[in-house]
Design a protein around this ligand. Structure first.
Ligand code: IVH
Length: 751
């Protein structure tokens, strides 16, 4: 047994030495920080239990350091300490018990709980209120001088107090905090990288570190880093009694302090609060790797002292690791109901955050390409909260040359049709609306709960029906009869009866539910309800869509001959807009008082004749007139309108819809029972803050026969203005539309 332990200690040491080298010398880590911590933790435990095997050169004997040759060194005024880790409640209880033993009998400990930010530690010195030095943690005694770089971080005050009325700052104040990327800023940075064809950054923390350690501070300034300050390292001001007051003082001086530290009267309260944090973790704007739990009373914390480099008075409660490395074994390709291709990574199974993961999303082929992920790679996989696990990127340093590039397919793996990538999209699509895989996915969606909710029709039944050639599309479901069903394996009398009954019941679902079930891109239950509020039947929708399509075609004819000069960028932009009237022109010009005049101004760089502008104006006027019913629905953006028009004007979709209608599926909005008809035929626009939510007021207006639209036009009858109304009021005044308040609206309702 002891021999095994000695061997394990040697093995762990060797692995850790290699990983330290890869990380700090090569700058190419092979495993995640959490995996490293896990190995280190195991070694620490074994060495603590069997100190006879601890070697002087063990990796546990080394204090972490981020020093680099590129920077001058700064000595910290006091050791920059670290935190010991707790991984579960038992660790916390043991920690408190040990502390209580070191303190006078019946001491009560209260705590501050705050997020443990996953960034890099920074130590900032202010002299007479001015930021004079900024240093990385380094080895805890000295750090790299990154003053010039740190000064570019906007959330770090260069002078304190930021609000001069907050009193005098201490002559000398040294604070400690964390530099990081907000999740959104890190995503934006990677989007910029992608736009320039550069590889994506994988790890936010390493990128924050790299950004702060640029030789040229102008490079740091380009990165949107954020600084949070959480501790005072040294100060010649009055000593503060508690962590809580420290945070308040820091906040008053103008530092960016995490707003939701929690004060806990005892460990029980802290343990309850921890559970809440774990649930909120994914919704925070920054990455955290756990929580910092600190004894609030600073005198007691001082009394507890320090072990090694960790103060006894504080501990890190680490969340289960969310990232781990494993091998990418293969790739499977899925095709969804919209035709979108999703490559999925097949992984060597790995335990992450409490579950075994054997497959993970690769997002899309653009991403696979940008990250240069290859088959056989070691990859970093992330699993956080309820999110589907995904591959963050490859560990390029672990390659041995046997890895093979991933080539996106040219054809749909299910129907062999050529794949398409719409302009500006990152995804590839199978464009074949009859692709068997797409149809199967669409059918599964159509019958699922939340859609048509046809009981007894799970994915297995759908597959059986497709294979037996009983259904080709969603409409075929409604013409199924008992006989061929009974001939199928596993379909007994009772089962068939039940299935046919639930299919029959589904014919009476509301029109909005039917629209939701069609799986139109962007049309969920909310948008479907907006549509049925404004279109009484399928026929009205179909008519509008074909009228819009026809008007678009006419408009395209009119603008076809127009081309821009190669080097006039503004002219080129206008030509592109002319090519996409439904998204680029109609929304902006729908209420234009004088369309021709507006177009003349807009299209000036194209130097068109006035006849030509008149022609465009006329065609656009027609397009506006026919698409008005869609564009004026508040809550429908132009892209959504375009999707809806696409869907309802597509020939294949129209034939399926006709079949649904013929089979008796409800395609009619129910006539709303009106509470009154005082507002019949009147159109209202709401603006400003009302006494109740806008949605409620809108329903009320509609219940009295009125209509609510999003923008003010000559056709609006009234603008209802609440508190601090927007620009709509000015526009109403200009167009002579009466502006009324809520009281006046109610008087109108009541006749
Ligand atoms: S307290 C003695 N509080 O976590 C004070 N640390 O291993 C020790 N960290 O290197 C630090 N958020 O960079 C503290 N709210 C927080 C923190 C925090 C992140 C980092 C810090 C330190 C590491 C502790």
């Amino acid at each position: 047994m002891p021999r095994d332990i000695a061997a394990r200690i040697a093995e762990l040491s060797q692995q850790l030495h290699r990983h330290i080298y890869q990380y700090h010398v090569r700058g190419e880590p092979l495993i995640t920080d959490a995996e490293y911590d896990c190995l280190l933790q195991e070694l620490q435990t074994l060495e603590a239990e069997h100190p006879q095997y601890r070697r002087a050169d063990s990796p546990t004997q080394r204090v972490g350091s981020d020093l680099s040759d590129d920077f001058a060194k700064l000595r910290h005024p006091a050791p920059i300490l670290s935190l010991a880790n707790a991984f579960d409640e038992a660790d916390l209880l043991a920690w408190e018990e040990r502390n209580l033993r070191l303190l006078p009998a019946d001491t009560k400990l209260s705590y501050i709980l705050q997020p443990k930010l996953d960034g890099l530690s920074i130590v900032i010195t202010y002299e007479h209120g001015s930021l004079t030095r900024a240093a990385t943690r380094g080895n805890g005694e000295t750090g790299d001088d990154v003053t010039a770089n740190a000064k570019t971080i906007r959330s770090l005050p260069l002078r304190i107090p930021v609000d001069p009325s907050s009193g005098d700052p201490p002559n000398r104040l040294v604070v400690r905090g964390e530099i990081l990327f907000h999740k959104a800023d890190f995503l934006a940075l990677n989007e910029e990288q992608a736009a320039q064809g550069l590889p994506a950054y994988i790890n936010a923390r390493n990128t924050a570190s790299g950004s702060l350690k640029q030789k040229d501070s102008r490079e740091t300034a380009k990165r949107k880093l954020t600084a949070y300050i959480y501790a005072i390292v040294d100060s010649d001001g009055p000593a503060l009694p508690s962590e809580w007051e420290t945070l308040e003082t820091l906040r008053r001086l103008g530092f960016n302090v995490i707003s939701d530290a929690t004060r806990c009267n005892n460990l029980r309260e802290a343990r309850q609060a921890i559970a809440g944090w774990e649930a909120r973790r994914d919704r925070l704007p920054f990455e955290i790797d756990g929580l910092a739990l600190k004894v609030d009373d600073l005198a007691l914390a001082r009394e507890l002292g320090v072990v090694g480099k960790d103060p006894r008075g504080a501990i890190a409660y680490k969340f289960p690791a969310e990232e781990a490395t494993t091998t990418l074994l293969g790739l499977t390709i899925g095709v969804g109901r919209t035709g979108k291709l999703t490559p999925t990574a097949q992984l060597e199974p790995i335990f992450i955050g409490g579950v075994t993961v054997s497959s993970a999303s690769l997002h899309n082929y653009d991403q696979v390409n940008a990250l240069d992920i290859r088959l056989g790679d070691r990859v970093i996989v992330k699993r956080s909260g309820d999110v589907i696990p995904y591959v963050i990127g490859p560990v390029s340093a672990a390659r041995d040359g046997s890895e093979t590039p991933i080539v996106p397919p040219k054809q749909c793996p299910f129907c062999a049709c050529p794949l398409v990538q719409p302009k500006g999209a990152v995804d590839w699509f199978c464009g074949n609306a009859r692709c068997p895989e797409r149809v199967a996915r669409a059918l599964e969606f159509f019958v699922s709960r939340g859609a048509m909710d046809i009981e007894g029709m799970g994915p297995q039944t759908i597959n059986a029906l497709i294979e037996a050639n009983l259904i080709d599309d969603i409409a075929d479901i409604f013409t199924l009869t008992a006989e061929p069903l009974l001939a199928l394996d596993g379909f007994a009398q009772k089962k068939v009866e039940n299935l046919l009954r639930s299919i029959d019941m589904a014919k009476r679902r509301s029109f909005a539910q039917v629209l939701t079930s069609l799986g139109i891109d962007g049309v969920g239950s909310t948008v479907a309800a907006l549509l049925t509020d404004n279109f009484a039947s399928l026929q009205e929708l179909l008519d509008t869509a074909s009228a819009v399509r026809a008007a678009e075609a006419d408009f395209a004819q009119v603008v076809k001959p127009i081309a821009a000069d190669n080097d006039d960028a503004e002219a080129a932009r206008q030509v592109t807009r002319l090519q996409k009237p439904t998204t680029e022109l109609v929304p902006q010009l729908i209420d234009a008082a004088d369309l021709q005049q507006r177009l003349t101004r807009r299209l000036k760089p194209l130097r068109l004749s006035s006849e030509s502008i008149a022609g465009i104006s006329e065609a656009l006027g027609c397009l506006i007139a026919v698409s008005r019913p869609l564009h004026t629905i508040e809550g429908l953006g132009p892209v959504l309108v375009a999707n809806i028009v696409d869907f309802f004007s597509d020939a294949h979709n129209r034939s399926v819809l006709a079949k649904l209608l013929a089979a008796g599926v409800n395609m009619q909005a129910e006539a709303k029972a009106l509470a009154g008809d005082g507002l019949t035929g009147k159109t209202f626009v709401l603006t400003g803050t009302m006494s109740q939510p806008r949605g409620a007021l809108k329903s009320l207006i509609e219940a009295h026969g009125g209509k609510v639209t999003g923008s003010v036009s000559k056709r609006s009858d009234f603008v209802v203005a609440g508190d601090s109304p927007g620009r709509k009021v000015e526009k109403a005044a200009r167009l002579g539309v009466p502006i009324i308040d809520e009281d006046a609206l109610r008087r109108l309702m009541n006749g």
